[in-house]
Design a protein around this ligand. Structure first.
Ligand code: SF4
Ligand code: SF4
Ligand code: SF4
Ligand code: FES
Length: 889
């Protein structure tokens, strides 16, 4: 990994200050590290040097003295650099004055005013009021490039950041220069409107524009930058877990915009459309203001006292198996942990699940059988930095995990990583894949187990690794003989030649059969898929195949490798870690393990023994409610009435309940069945932690005052428990986190301080955040569990020191001619939109996202995929939770 490499270092002096940086660093970045600012426009930290604006001039003295641009001058040993000499200041001023010759200088009405780099550099370089180069000002009107992006072209300094980030960092290439020379301007790359381009509305071009040329339509003319309070937090939508700043206008208490910040989180400044534009639901007009209680068949506004008293009176009669609880994959860890304690410990029921997918609660097998845990093995940055080949299986990551896909495409293009995309249809990432395996929908298990069999048959296996770390090899190989290339091709629809090529590419990490490294292994390959893919009957065979491929080739417990099922929701991993599935206690410990139950009983100290009877998952709960066996339910931050594919079953189940409590931000379709609805805070109104799809625990920070009478979900539960006779258990979410750190071994030692330290950045001046060189690039990204008391930075790569049970276990899957899982309904996450997520409870209340979705902006869903070269698949159907498909928003 990066952290383990020896990098040649170079020492130079900048304005007399000695600084040591890695060889190859450019002078401008070395100066930043030394805390010295040099004006610049066209450079941008993650982009290749461009050298267009000439504002970053410095004096460089090696054998002779030269004035040069610092953004593309590499450092050398003993170099002396002067950034404030007379000659330098004159050169810098000339460059900035050249940019101002026809600039409108309409700062009073410019959205960028107060955080504009042209303002700052003009001030810094002392430009003259009577600019001798001034020309008559050009004037361009505001123009709309799409529902999300506006442009005021006369403010553009032609730095090209927007064009280049869109191409290099997003992979969309939706912007371009038009015309030449003095007439140059920025435009949509294809036609007049970004809707005609592959723009994914990520907002990055707006974010990096140093001036007020590219503008955010939803922020335009709504606030002044200097009145905005900035609060660092984590996105509430998908499992990438992007860090972001909420900009809150204190006088109105409203979020005005969201931005990513350089060097914070995996994403830095990059967000996707949901992250950038998806906050309007927080201040939506239909947020619940007060509790609602059903009276005379109608839900009516009520008081907290009345609602809590009713719950305290009714709930106790349903203790035991007639009670069930459904948590949400968007709740914080603290909330889901407390929910688990409430359902199992207080209500005495193991009927607990969360809304990550139908079947989540009932599927017990998969990676856990092979490795000992279902968790993804490798941190995202580890994959981007160290993988030599990536196999993406059956998942449209451009929609489910957009910033992961943007970062991956950049890594692929820059580092030459080989890419295999296996999916029933072409996806955005298919366009840059080395091999596309377009298989018959439902044939994932055959494809993966088949590829593993081909790897074994060609002896591309890691013999020493298998001997040391893996059990069951002989039995597995025996079964693998039942696979033939022709048989796999028949079942999957993928031609034999492509199967052979893909098996070799993956197994050899793109190095070819003669490319073994000194340790006998090939360069690392990584497997990535959306966890929803295997959430269906028989889905464990997909994971057995993925694990077999990885283990056979020594690609587990190694940087740049691994098997990575990514949870789709922002805290899907956390919901699992907190035990919101019937058969798992917090920390992925099995309910059936009596010692684990005893340990939890002691830690919780609630009196009664924890129930040992197996619990039901969501599907089972609904069936049991229909049959009258489950009579009361508590739903916290989940909306099964809208998400579930079978509305008849949900309707019958929820109508049949004697008592239903729902905690939510909105009066959702599920809330319509409730006896009591309790108003919950949004993620922007509370503290806590989320655990991203790469096992990274991060802090969520309160930015807004509570909406109406809403309170955080965990606080509601504390009050409910108080009403049921428990003394107030917690007064701050950090207290719950402290308990998690003692009860859940993989979270050991995690607390607010360790999480804040792990995410530390240094701010040199308002609006600019620069890298703290003392922070390790992997550790800087938060805390990957498992953590320990002695190393709270955690574990970016699992199983480096072996597996929890000693060895991993290969599990054979026999070849079955004509086998195709299910009926061709695609159980993965192909059918998801870039602009909406889940049931759309949050995203459908964001007008910008709704308008992007409705107006045909480039999307990643197949039916809306114009502009991204997508194919339609007649096999794809749409339904419910497990597809993540939006049907009714
Ligand atoms: S918003 Fe569109 S044009 Fe701008 S960087 Fe993102 S994809 Fe490119
Ligand atoms: S629009 Fe902004 S980012 Fe793009 S070239 Fe002009 S000034 Fe640079
Ligand atoms: S939805 Fe996912 S990719 Fe998009 S900003 Fe949020 S965490 Fe990042
Ligand atoms: S920042 Fe160096 S030339 Fe533009």
């Amino acid at each position: 990994m990066t952290t383990e490499q020896n990098v040649d270092m170079v020492t130079l002096a900048i304005d007399g200050k000695e600084v040591t940086v890695p060889k190859g660093t450019f002078v401008l970045h070395a100066a930043k590290q030394a805390g010295i600012e040099i004006p610049n426009f066209c450079q941008y930290p993650d982009l290749r040097p461009f050298g267009a604006c000439r504002t970053c001039m410095v004096e460089i003295v090696t054998r002779r003295s030269t004035i040069d641009i610092s953004c593309s001058a590499p450092v050398s040993e003993g170099m002396q650099v002067f950034t404030r000499s007379r000659k330098v200041l004159d050169a810098q001023r000339f460059a900035v004055e050249s940019l101002l010759v026809d600039h409108p200088i309409d700062c009073p009405i410019c959205d960028k005013s107060g955080e504009c780099e042209l303002q700052n550099h003009a001030y810094y370089t002392n430009v003259r009021v009577d600019n001798p180069l001034a020309r008559p000002k050009m004037s361009w009107e505001y123009e709309t490039l799409s529902e999300s992006v506006m442009i005021k072209r006369d403010r553009c300094v032609l730095c090209g950041r927007c064009v280049r980030v869109c191409d290099e960092l997003v992979g969309a290439t939706a912007l371009a220069w038009a015309d030449r020379g003095f007439q140059s301007y920025i435009d949509a790359a294809f036609g007049e409107d970004l809707k005609d381009s592959p723009c994914v509305s990520c907002g990055l071009c707006i974010e990096v524009c140093p001036v007020g040329a590219l503008l955010n339509t939803s922020y335009h003319d709504t606030a002044r930058a200097w009145f905005l309070k900035r609060v660092q937090t984590v996105c509430t939508f998908c499992g990438v877990g992007c860090n972001m700043e909420l900009h809150v206008e204190e006088s109105t208490g409203q979020i005005k915009r969201i931005i990513g910040t350089q060097d914070s989180g995996l994403n830095g400044e990059q967000l996707c459309a949901r992250g950038f534009f998806g906050f309007e639901f927080v201040q939506g007009k239909d947020r619940l203001q007060t509790p609602l209680v059903r009276k005379d068949g109608e839900l009516r506004e009520s008081t907290w006292e009345e609602a809590l008293a009713l719950i305290a009176q009714r709930l106790p009669e349903y203790r035991g198996d007639s009670f069930a609880g459904i948590a949400g994959a968007h709740n914080t860890n603290e909330e889901n942990y407390l929910f688990n304690k409430f359902v199992r410990g207080v209500m005495g029921s193991n009927h607990i699940d969360h809304d990550a997918g139908v079947g989540q609660g009932v599927r017990q097998a998969g990676l856990r059988d092979v490795f000992g845990s279902d968790a993804p093995t490798n941190a995202f940055l580890d994959i981007f930095e160290n993988a030599r080949c990536v196999l993406i299986l059956g998942s449209n990551l451009s929609a489910t995990h957009p910033v992961f896909s943007y970062k991956l495409q950049t890594a692929i293009r820059r580092k030459g990583i080989k890419l295999i995309v296996a999916a029933p249809q072409a996806l955005p990432l298919s366009q840059i894949a080395d091999i596309n395996l377009q298989y018959r929908a439902g044939a994932e298990a055959d494809l993966l187990n088949g590829l593993a069999a081909l790897v074994a048959q060609r002896d591309l296996v890691a013999h020493d690794y298998l001997a040391e770390f893996v059990d069951g090899v002989d039995a597995w190989k025996q079964t693998a003989r039942t696979y033939t290339a022709e048989g796999i091709a028949t079942n999957t629809g993928v031609p034999v030649a492509l199967l052979e090529q893909a098996a070799e590419l993956y197994a050899t990490g793109g190095a070819g059969v003669d490319g073994r490294l000194e340790d006998g292994l090939f360069p690392p390959s990584s497997i990535v898929f959306s966890a929803g893919l295997s959430l269906r009957d028989g889905g464990e065979e997909i994971e057995y195949g993925a694990a077999a491929l990885a283990l056979l080739t020594g690609n587990v417990g190694r940087s740049g490798a691994g098997v990575n099922p990514l949870k789709v929701a922002n805290n899907g991993q956390g919901a699992l870690d907190m035990g919101c599935v019937p058969f798992l206690l917090p920390g992925e410990r099995l309910l059936e393990d009596a010692d684990s139950r005893r340990e939890l009983e002691r830690a919780w100290g609630l009196g009664d023994p924890l129930p040992s009877r197996p619990g039901l998952g969501l599907e089972g709960m609904l069936q049991a409610a229909c049959a009258g066996r489950i009579r009361a339910m508590y739903i916290m931050g989940s909306n099964p009435a809208q998400a579930h594919g079978n509305s008849q079953v949900v309707n019958e189940a929820l109508s049949n309940l004697e008592f239903l409590v729902v905690q939510d931000m909105f009066r959702t379709p599920t809330a319509e069945y409730a006896d009591v609805v309790l108003p919950a805070c949004s993620w922007a109104e509370k503290d806590g932690t989320y655990t991203s799809a790469e096992r990274r625990i991060q802090r969520v920070n309160k930015a807004l005052t509570n909406h109406g009478e809403s309170i955080p979900d965990w606080t509601i539960l504390v009050h409910v428990l108080e009403g049921m006779g428990f003394e107030r258990l917690y007064t701050a979410s950090d207290q719950i986190l402290a308990e998690i750190a003692t009860v859940v071994p993989r979270y050991a030692g995690v607390d607010r301080r360790s999480l804040e330290r792990a995410g530390t950045v240094v701010t040199l001046r308002p609006g600019k955040v620069y890298r703290n060189p003392s922070i390790d690039p992997v550790k800087r990204l938060g805390v990957h569990w498992p953590t320990t008391e002695s190393d709270p930075h955690g574990t970016p790569v699992l199983y480096k020191d072996g597996f929890p049970g000693g060895k991993a276990r290969l599990i054979p899957v026999s070849f079955r001619q004509g086998n195709v899982m299910g009926d061709g309904v695609y159980g993965g996450t192909i059918n998801v939109s870039l602009y909406h997520q889940g049931t759309g409870t949050m995203t459908s209340r964001c007008p910008t996202l709704v308008s992007l979705h409705e107006n045909g902006a480039a999307d990643s869903s197949p039916e809306r995929g114009r502009g991204v070269g997508m194919l339609q698949s007649p096999n794809l159907k749409q339904s419910g939770y497990s597809t993540g498909q939006l049907t009714d928003i």
